[in-house]
Each structure stands twice: as structure tokens, then as C-alpha cells.
Design a protein around this ligand. Structure first.
Ligand code: BES
Ligand code: MN
Ligand code: MN
Length: 463
């Protein structure tokens, strides 16, 4: 392992330069205008894998953005680790809130990152984190210290729901055969407190359209007599919660697994300061389901949020209009054993039932994914645990996360393999927001830790 870490040390600044080059490619999967940038990013990763020493490197087309594949099989009898990550990023807007160009990375220190952080869209989610794996592989491979086989599958549609990855995995089961999947697309508590993410929430995403009159009306001539779809939508949305902030959709909680009091007590031992949380968000109180802590509300309990609501006149000044239509985008975060399609169906049925006379509603299901849990007695977990303990000097805390990576439960179904979620980002990295950044400490810590994961995993699998 000395050779690998020595190689890392010597090549540190090149590693960073290469990441910055990747960050300059605006690979926004949601925006068709960036289709060519998606290809540029994919081919950049292909070349990176090639020069790191991977074989069978290929940019593989899908019906959406392509998947980059590469592998290094040193001995078919040894275990195989599959690395998953994504090269697509969220749209950078609102652009005016960025202090520098989202696709022209700059390095600046912050309170949490006195050694500097890279400011760019995708720096933490997920280009920077995914790239750590390519560099760790390069280091192990070039120094002859790669202890097992490795496969890379880097996709370009994670931020838009990975619609084509399921069929791709299904069609390439053989190529993707592996013993464990390792993913760095989650976070740690702070740079002194490592975490292994042992759970993800699922997601059910719907859009609703409420239609009132067949055209926009004069709000004076018709106001008071015709249902206003914005007023109605607001009422319907408000009715989705009761006074305990429980979601009122019938059957919504039916499949939710109850977490034992012992496990709840354990998870609430994780460091969390409500005061710091409130101060960070500049809010005077938290708000959520009665009877649960903030940590629980964002991990073991489901949630429902409007992501956007619009309709009518939103321009300068006043326009007296009773609009014809109102819309909302709504995400529901799910926990084991809820199912994304079933929840979307329950939502739709309920929304139709509560529709008052005078309007019509249309509910469309946009995308979804299932919740995920990782058992802590698995070899993958143990290897991640030892690796982080080794490089942080402190064992990681197993924690569930409120976020979703729909492809992780899908891999479990299609490939029959669990994923170990060993990310190095911080909640304060502002992923999906303006001024996203990733600490240099975190980038290098990841590159240092991953080879230990490979080493410990190979050792555990030999026994
Ligand atoms: N990497 C994130 C998910 C994440 C971040 C999980 C931090 C845990 C900790 C991922 O790229 C993401 O943003 N997922 C989306 C879901 C997707 C279907 C758009 C999400 O959670 O909103
Ligand atoms: Mn991500
Ligand atoms: Mn993301």
C-alpha cells in the first residue's frame, strides 16, 4: 500500500488538474442543449480510464445519454468490485447567485475547508467523487497493488432519474457481474467524522395540473363565481398534511417499516446540533411529523414536498386575471417498504378524490426510485468501515441519508448485489445549489481511502 499512497502523493497536482478539466465540461443531463457536452464528458472519462490502465473501455450508447464502461480483470478467481458514479450534473441556475462561473472551477478556502474547496457544478455531486475512484484505481494499477478485479460503470442520467440504466444493467448482466458495488455519491458529517451511508430514501415524483375555466378570465368580472385553480391547488396541497404534519393520503404509511426504539436511540446518538441547524438555515424552528427528531424525519420517515408551484400572472406589477390553470411538481421521499409506483398511484387517487367541483385535475408520474438499506454485517460494509477508520483515524458512523440514488436498489434487484455507499462530501457542499463545492481535503481523502477499501475487501473475501 505504500507504493499506492506514494504514487498518489507524487501525482496530487495532476489529479486535481484533470478533475478541473472534467468540471469545465457542462454536462447537464436535463438540458438537451448540452447533449454534445454529455458526449465530451463521457469521452473524457473514457480516456481517463484508458490511461489509468482499464481494458474494454467503451462509451456505450443508451436511448438517453451514454454510459462509460471499463474494467481490469487481473484474475477471474478474485473478487470483483464494481464502481458506479455519474458524470452528469444538475442545471447550474440560478446563475446570478454563483460567485464564479459554475463551469470554470476556482479554488477558495471556506470555514469548513480551510485547505481550499473547488467551486464548480458537479464538484461534489458527483464528478469530484467519481473521479477519486479513477485516480485510486490508477494508483493501485500503476504500482501493481490492485488486489482484485474492478469494473467501472459511470452513467450520465443520474440527475434525471437513470431511466435507461435499469434496462442497460438487465441487458449487460454478464459484463456487470461483480461481488460488491462501491459508490461515492453521499457524504460524511464533517472532515473529522466519517460516515458510511447505510440507507437511502426512495422517491416518487409527480406533477399535477389543475384546470378551471377554459381560458384566463377577468378577475373582476368572474372573480367570486368561478373556481380559481391556484386557490384550489393551494387548498388541496394544504390538505395533504394534518395537524401533526402527517401525510393524509390514505394508505401512505401502510407499508412503512417501523424502526425499533433501540435503533432509533442508536441513530439519534449521531452528532447533530439543532441550534447549528437552525442557524445555518436561518429559520427559527424546524417543522415536521410530530413524534420524530429532525434526523429521523429526514431518514426513517417519508416526506412530501412541493418542488415548484406555478400558474397565472407572475410578471412585473399587477395583472387582474383569474387563471385557467395551476401546476405543481411534488416529490415524495419514501422509506422501506414503500414502493414508488404504488405511492404515486395512492397520491393520484387521493388527489382526484379531493378535487372540488369546478376544476379538473391531471396527475402525471414523472419518475421514481425505491428506498435502500445496507446491512452492516456484510463484507462490503466491513471493508468500508476499516478503510475509513484507517485513513480518518476514527471509525465511521453508519447513518441513513434522506437523499435518493434510485439505481442502487435497482442494482440489487437486477444484479443481486449490494452497494456500499462510501461518500466524502459534506452537507454544506451546496450540491444542486449555487456555489457547489468540494473540499480538496475530501478529494484527496477519498483517493487515499478507496485503495484501503479494495485491500480490506479482498482480504475479507479470501477468508
Ligand atoms: N448524490 C445525490 C443523492 C445524495 C446526496 C444521497 C447526498 C445522499 C447524500 C444524487 O445525485 C441525487 O441528487 N439524487 C436525486 C434523485 C434523482 C432521481 C434526481 C435526489 O436525491 O434528489
Ligand atoms: Mn449524485
Ligand atoms: Mn444529485
Amino acid at each position: 500500500m505504500d507504493k499506492t499512497q506514494g504514487y498518489n502523493e507524487k501525482n496530487k497536482s495532476r489529479y486535481l488538474d484533470e478533475l478541473l478539466e472534467l468540471l469545465r465540461i457542462p454536462s447537464v443531463s436535463a438540458d438537451p442543449a448540452h447533449k454534445d457536452d454529455m458526449l465530451t464528458a463521457a469521452s473524457y472519462i473514457k480516456n481517463q480510464l484508458k490511461s489509468a490502465g482499464a481494458d474494454r473501455v467503451e462509451v456505450m450508447p443508451t436511448d438517453g445519454h451514454p454510459i462509460v464502461y471499463g474494467e481490469r480483470i487481473i484474475d477471474p478467481d478474485l473478487p470483483t468490485v464494481l464502481v458506479y458514479g455519474h458524470y452528469d450534473v444538475q442545471p447550474p441556475d440560478p446563475l446570478e447567485l454563483w460567485h464564479s462561473d459554475p463551469f470554470d472551477p476556482v479554488i477558495k478556502p471556506t470555514d469548513k475547508h480551510p485547505q481550499g474547496a473547488i467551486f464548480a457544478r458537479g464538484s461534489s455531486d458527483d464528478k469530484g467523487q467519481m473521479f477519486m475512484h479513477i485516480k485510486a484505481f490508477e494508483a493501485m494499477n500503476k504500482t501493481g497493488e490492485l488486489p482484485c478485479n474492478v469494473k467501472f460503470m459511470i452513467e450520465g442520467e443520474e440527475e434525471v432519474g437513470s431511466a435507461h440504466l435499469g434496462p442497460f444493467a438487465e441487458a449487460h448482466k454478464d459484463m456487470l457481474r461483480c461481488d460488491v458495488i462501491v459508490v461515492s455519491d453521499t457524504g460524511i458529517i464533517d472532515n473529522q467524522t466519517p460516515v458510511i451511508t447505510v440507507g437511502l430514501r426512495g422517491l416518487s415524483y409527480v406533477e399535477v395540473e389543475v384546470t378551471g375555466p377554459n381560458r384566463d378570465l377577468h378577475s373582476g368580472l368572474y372573480g367570486g363565481a368561478v373556481a380559481n385553480p391556484i386557490n384550489i391547488l393551494a387548498e388541496m396541497m394544504a390538505g395533504l398534511f394534518d395537524e401533526d404534519r402527517k401525510i393524509t393520503i390514505p394508505g401512505f404509511y401502510d407499508k412503512v417499516l417501523t424502526v425499533s426504539d433501540a435503533e432509533r436511540a442508536e441513530m439519534n446518538k449521531a452528532p447533530f446540533s439543532l441550534e447549528a441547524y437552525l442557524e445555518d438555515l436561518d429559520i427559527n424552528d424546524v417543522c415536521g411529523e410530530a413524534g420524530y427528531t429532525t434526523l429521523e424525519r429526514t431518514t426513517i420517515r417519508p416526506s412530501l414536498d412541493a418542488n415548484g408551484i406555478w400558474g397565472g400572472y407572475t410578471g412585473e406589477g399587477a395583472k387582474t386575471v383569474l387563471p385557467s390553470k395551476a401546476y405543481a411538481k411534488i416529490s415524495m421521499r419514501l422509506v422501506p417498504e414503500q414502493n414508488s409506483e404504488e405511492i404515486a398511484r395512492l397520491f393520484k387517487e387521493h388527489f382526484e378524490v379531493i378535487t372540488p367541483a369546478g376544476v379538473k385535475v391531471k396527475v402525471s408520474y414523472l419518475h421514481g426510485g425505491e428506498p435502500y438499506v445496507m446491512p452492516i454485517d456484510s463484507e462490503g460494509y466491513k471493508a468500508g468501515y476499516r478503510a475509513m477508520e484507517q485513513t480518518f483515524g476514527k471509525p465511521p458512523i453508519p447513518m441513513r441519508s434522506g437523499g435518493s440514488i434510485p439505481i442502487i436498489p435497482l442494482f440489487e434487484n437486477v444484479l443481486g448485489v449490494k452497494s456500499i455507499l462510501m461518500g466524502f462530501g459534506l452537507d454544506s457542499d451546496l450540491i444542486h445549489s449555487p456555489n457547489e463545492h468540494f473540499g480538496l481535503f475530501n478529494f484527496y481523502k477519498g483517493i487515499e481511502t478507496i485503495p484501503w477499501f479494495f485491500r480490506y475487501y479482498s482480504e475479507l473475501m479470501r477468508k
